[in-house]
Design a protein. Structure first.
Ligand SMILES: C[S@@+](CC[C@H](N)C(=O)[O-])C[C@H]1O[C@@H](n2cnc3c(N)ncnc32)[C@H](O)[C@@H]1O
Length: 279
């Protein structure tokens, strides 16, 4: 599949997810359709009660992340934050509260239905220091050195050009700026064919980078102090039903995939002013 084809598949999938929420349903990670509640092990129970109380119900229903970047990114009042692939806007709205009126939270997404949902959620939340931008994370529509913190929640794994995404993230960050992203990461070797079948059926894992590869790509983009910290480890049992329903011999692949797919918090810094990291 070409890069453009992958983008179209992703856009179609998340456009449908946004429409399900707009029509009163919930979004859902993975290949499963809009099953009521959609309790999948990746997207469920990511936010605490305090955070849930700050956002409209529809923002939570549209949540398709695999982590909680705003809980880990140590956002400070006055900072400018950019969320790559902001979806229904949950992490942008939480960021806006943390950076306060002297700060700003941008969300960037390429799917019109998601942008419409996010803007509606912003209206319901009544926050003004927020702007949702239409565009691609491979071509961020913001100037160089303009952002303090980049967050993202289960999006970079979906990009067919991750080097370009990391290069763009580095470009728009201010010197000393932080990259603080939740993403799906693979730990160690998983045979390509098996990996493809797992990814195909557990949709939000598609395109996940191997941990060392992720770190190497960040370093190549210019980042320093790079790290990957697992926040959830997925067992085969988590996806047994889904995989079996697609005709996959779960017991045969179990030893090769069990515990190898994780949700992780990926941290890095752009060297320069105030970062404690030398240029
Ligand atoms: C898995 S959802 C995550 C949404 C949100 N971060 C959350 O936690 O709920 C992926 C989102 O990223 C957007 N997206 C995927 N690839 C993108 C790209 N290359 N450029 C811009 N947006 C993208 C999709 O439209 C979708 O809204």
């Amino acid at each position: 599949m070409s890069t453009q084809d992958i983008k179209e598949v992703v856009r179609e999938k998340y456009g449908q997810a946004a429409l399900r929420v707009i029509k009163g349903g919930s979004s859902c990670c993975g290949a499963a359709p809009a099953v009521e509640g959609c309790p999948d092990p990746i997207t469920s129970n990511l936010y605490d009660a305090g955070q849930i109380g700050q956002i409209p119900d529809e923002a939570l229903l549209a949540s398709l992340g695999c982590g909680n970047p705003t809980a880990l990114a140590e956002l400070k009042p006055g900072e400018t934050v950019l969320d790559l692939g902001s979806g229904g806007g949950i992490d942008v709205l939480l960021s806006a509260r943390l950076v306060g009126p002297s700060g700003k939270a941008y969300g960037l997404d390429m799917t019109d239905e998601m942008l419409a949902l996010a803007r509606e959620n912003q209206r319901k939340a009544g926050v003004e220091n927020v702007e949702f931008l239409r565009g691609e994370i491979e071509n961020i529509p913001l100037p160089d050195n303009s952002v303090d913190v980049i967050i993202s929640n289960c999006v970079i794994n979906l990009s067919a050009d991750k080097d370009r995404v990391l290069h763009e993230a580095f470009r728009v960050l201010k010197p000393g700026g932080r990259f603080a992203v939740s993403d799906i990461v693979v730990r160690g070797e998983v045979p390509a064919e098996i990996r493809r079948s797992v990814e195909l059926w557990v949709g939000c894992m598609a395109g996940a980078l191997e941990e060392k590869e992720y770190l190497a790509k960040l370093a190549r983009a210019g980042f320093a102090t790079v790290s990957v910290e697992a926040t959830r480890v997925y067992r085969v049992a988590d996806a047994r039903e889904l995989l079996a329903s697609k005709g996959i011999d779960v017991d045969a692949i179990a030893p090769l995939v069990d515990g190898k797919f994780v949700s992780a918090f990926v941290r890095a810094r752009k060297p320069g002013a105030g970062s404690g990291v030398r240029d």
